[in-house]
Design a protein around this ligand. Structure first.
Ligand SMILES: NC(=O)C1=CN([C@@H]2O[C@H](COP(=O)(O)OP(=O)(O)OC[C@H]3O[C@@H](n4cnc5c(N)ncnc54)[C@H](O)[C@@H]3O)[C@@H](O)[C@H]2O)C=CC1
Ligand SMILES: O=C(O)[C@@H]1CCC=N1
Length: 270
């Protein structure tokens, strides 16, 4: 499979890195990016062909991944309008709807909208996908092959829910990194050196996530099992409850979802 990435930033690098790890050939990938620094980094690290503007060779791909910022998309697609044939176009942009992408591409309908996340870099991503009804089984399989190479996948029945996927798993790694930062800071506050505090925080998150994934029981039951009556965890969870932690996280996800819809509304009007 020959894949071209339009945009070679953070998320494209995570996807390319994950694909190369899984045996996809860097030499069968092209990256188009306006910035020389991004091009050089990706070419050196993964052996991809990195170019400043889309050429015929890059256009003659099986899958074209749209990986520029939502605000950059319309301008990035302008040189492509009317030049696409059978390529499957996979957008990873937050908020942008298939109807608007299709219009900017001059009516192309072989389009899949998806939302990956940065753990794709180590093959541990999760991607939600939604296909335009015009995409056949072969097109859906192609999108699935690319994204399942870098983690798990879930097909979403209703495009409107893609903003909710963005809010939970697309942005989600940032919430978890923030949690790790806070737990590590608490550890350093107790006097542990940075490396020890980092290890205590990260291995706790890794272990708890694995236990939650492998256990048939819900997270709430696993949480209760840590929480001895009158013990240390109870003291910590009471402190989190007093700070409104659960509600703050739900509100954060809602803010992300609302921002996705807002981006779609604002940018799609154009
Ligand atoms: N960073 C993340 O965790 C995730 C990001 N996304 C989506 O991925 C997309 C890219 O995000 P990032 O990689 O974080 O952004 P980024 O800013 O790191 O990368 C965007 C790249 O596109 C390039 N670019 C801009 N205009 C261009 C054009 N006309 N032609 C070619 N290249 C152009 C820029 O030079 C830059 O290197 C966004 O639409 C975002 O919503 C989706 C899932 C997760
Ligand atoms: O922050 C953003 O808009 C992108 C989409 C999901 C993760 N990063």
């Amino acid at each position: 499979m020959n894949i071209t990435f339009l945009g070679g930033g953070n998320m494209a690098a995570a996807l390319i890195g994950g694909l190369v790890d899984k045996g996809f050939l860097g030499s069968a990938m092209q990256v188009v990016d306006l910035q020389a620094e991004s091009r050089e980094r990706l070419a050196k690290r993964f052996g991809v062909r990195a170019i400043e503007a889309l050429d015929d060779a890059a256009l003659a791909c099986d899958v074209l991944v749209l990986a520029v910022k939502p605000q950059q998309m319309k301008a990035a697609l302008a040189p492509l309008a009317g030049r696409l044939g059978g390529q499957l176009v996979v957008s990873i942009a937050a908020g942008l709807r298939l109807a608007d992408l299709s219009r900017w591409l001059g009516g192309h309908r072989r389009l899949v909208r998806c939302m990956p996340n940065t753990p794709a870099l180590i093959g541990a991503g999760i991607t939600g996908l939604f296909a335009d009804p015009a995409v056949d089984g072969t097109g859906r399989d192609a999108a699935e092959r690319v994204l399942s190479a870098v983690g798990s996948t879930v097909w979403i029945a209703d495009e409107a829910q893609m903003d909710a996927v963005t809010a939970i798993s697309g942005s989600g790694p940032a919430y978890v990194f923030h949690f790790i930062e806070a737990l590590q800071a608490a550890g350093q506050g107790f006097g542990f050196d940075e490396a020890t505090a980092r290890k205590l925080a990260i291995d706790t998150v890794l272990g708890a996530a694995r236990l939650a994934a492998e256990s048939p029981e819900p997270a709430s039951v696993l949480r209760e099992r840590v929480t001895s009556k009158g013990g240390t965890t109870e003291a910590a969870l009471n402190s989190l409850a007093a700070a409104g932690w659960h509600d703050a996280l739900v509100a954060a996800a809602r803010a992300a979802e609302a921002r996705g819809r807002e981006l779609g509304d604002e940018l799609g009007r154009d």
